[in-house]
Design a binder for this molecule. Structure first.
Ligand SMILES: C[S@@+](CC[C@H](N)C(=O)[O-])C[C@H]1O[C@@H](n2cnc3c(N)ncnc32)[C@H](O)[C@@H]1O
Length: 407
């Protein structure tokens, strides 16, 4: 397997513009670089008619699929309702003049608005900010056309994060320090306006270049039986989570405040529903990956609880592999962008483990694993693998893009 890791090609895309088209619309943790999805589709799916992203997040690969001539259908699934909304808006063309007109109307209306009452709202937002956000939200909800309304809700969601009392450089929820908070008075309408202007421009470029691809995205767990026909997918392009949300990327925490403003329910439980959200009961590695077995045994020697947490992620992932194998066509390609994390000082070669897991489910040829350095991906490069405060080590500087072909 090691010998198929290849770094002869440039997959870094250092300095590339990652904000083209609708990719500029909303921040999301661990976003895929659009150029990676583009290159993967070009290399491994030049004749593909159908694409699937089972962990579509903010929809990077779906946007790219809809910019190709050949892909006629692109499907995305995610368990984060905010991600599904962002991804829908980023792949739904709307005429610039329609957006401009709706925007003018929006900015001149100041409807009466009752602020939401979710827990700790006053901890995360200043009173004036709450008032202004509530007015904006009510005005947006008065827009009749659903696609236009959703477009502005995504702008609103991005603004919520910007004007909250959170430290915006972090994906986890941390409040601005008390001494800084006093002089912090974000201009809600100005911030919102700036985001809308930027997003209308992105949408204009996207609408000009979008091809005739049907894109659908669903709030759905890829561990469950996928609502797609057997053998119907020609190429899978995705970046799955790197591990459980609690100790890697907290998608739920990142999305929580915007989601509460958008009235999404159960957002506080989201992280526990994602892959690896609940620790395994035992340490019996029933999955057919010898590498995983070895790694879990090593971690368990240091810390059984951590070993169970790590194992649960791969147990959940195994359920996804079964589903993906079912919907992938013969000769279809699997393209996964993954990171290898370190737990208890032990590096986990997720790229190798996942290749072994696919091979255990079906007849797959491992074509290659491309190596790339992470120059600009928005990822926590450090975490606390021992879960002890202050103990931080670098988790990921490289990404691995593994390619499999179903025989
Ligand atoms: C690395 S992110 C994907 C980012 C995406 N490529 C982008 O560019 O925005 C992984 C995604 O997997 C989703 N996820 C985790 N467990 C899932 C599951 N069981 N089913 C569907 N999606 C899941 C998370 O909500 C998250 O959005």
């Amino acid at each position: 397997m090691e010998e198929k890791r290849d770094n002869s090609e440039d997959w870094d895309f250092r300095g590339a513009n990652t904000n083209e088209f609708t990719h500029c619309m909303h921040t999301y943790p661990a976003m895929m670089i659009p150029q990676i999805a583009r290159k993967l589709i070009l290399l491994y799916g030049p004749n593909a008619k159908t694409l699937l992203d089972p962990f579509c997040g903010s929809g990077t690969s779906l946007v790219e699929a809809s910019l190709t001539d050949n892909i006629k259908e692109a499907h995305g699934f995610d368990l984060n309702p905010l991600a599904v909304l962002i991804s829908k808006v980023k792949t739904t063309s709307i005429d610039q003049s329609i957006l401009e007109r709706a925007f003018d109307k929006l900015m001149t209306s100041r409807p009466n608005a009752d602020p939401p009452t979710f827990k700790n709202i006053e901890f995360w937002f200043k009173p004036k900010v709450i008032q202004e956000l509530a007015i904006l939200k009510t005005a947006i909800n008065n827009i009749k056309n659903k696609d236009v309304r959703d477009f502005f809700l995504v702008c609103f969601s991005e603004a919520v994060r910007d004007v909250s009392n959170t430290r915006n450089s972090e994906f986890k929820l941390y409040r601005i320090a008390k001494d800084k908070l006093e002089g912090y008075n974000p201009e809600v309408r100005l911030k919102f306006e700036k985001i809308v202007r930027n997003n209308i421009k992105g949408m204009e470029d996207y609408t000009d270049s979008r091809k005739n691809t049907n894109v659908s995205q669903k709030y759905f767990s890829s561990m469950d039986r996928l609502p797609l026909s057997k053998g119907s997918i020609d190429i899978i392009v995705t970046s799955p989570p790197y591990g459980d949300s609690r100790t890697t990327v907290a998608y739920g925490q990142f999305s929580r405040l915007a989601s509460e403003w958008l009235d999404y329910e159960n957002i506080r439980n989201l992280d526990s529903q994602l892959l690896g959200g609940r620790p395994s009961k035992g340490l019996n590695v029933g999955l057919k990956s010898p590498t995983l077995k070895e790694i879990i045994e090593k971690i368990a020697k240091h810390d059984e609880k951590r070993a169970k947490e790590v194992l649960s992620f791969y147990e959940d992932f195994d359920k996804c592999v079964k589903q993906l194998d079912n919907v992938l066509s013969k000769e279809g390609y699997v393209c996964f962008v993954v990171g290898n994390r370190t737990v208890k000082g032990i590096n986990i070669p997720t790229d190798i483990i996942m290749v072994e897991m696919f091979k255990a489910h079906g007849d797959y040829e491992h074509i290659v694993t491309h190596l790339r350095e992470i120059p600009n991906k928005r990822m926590p490069k450090q975490n606390s693998p021992s879960n002890k405060k202050g103990q931080k080590i670098t988790t990921m500087n490289n990404e691995f893009i593994f390619i499999l072909r179903k025989k």
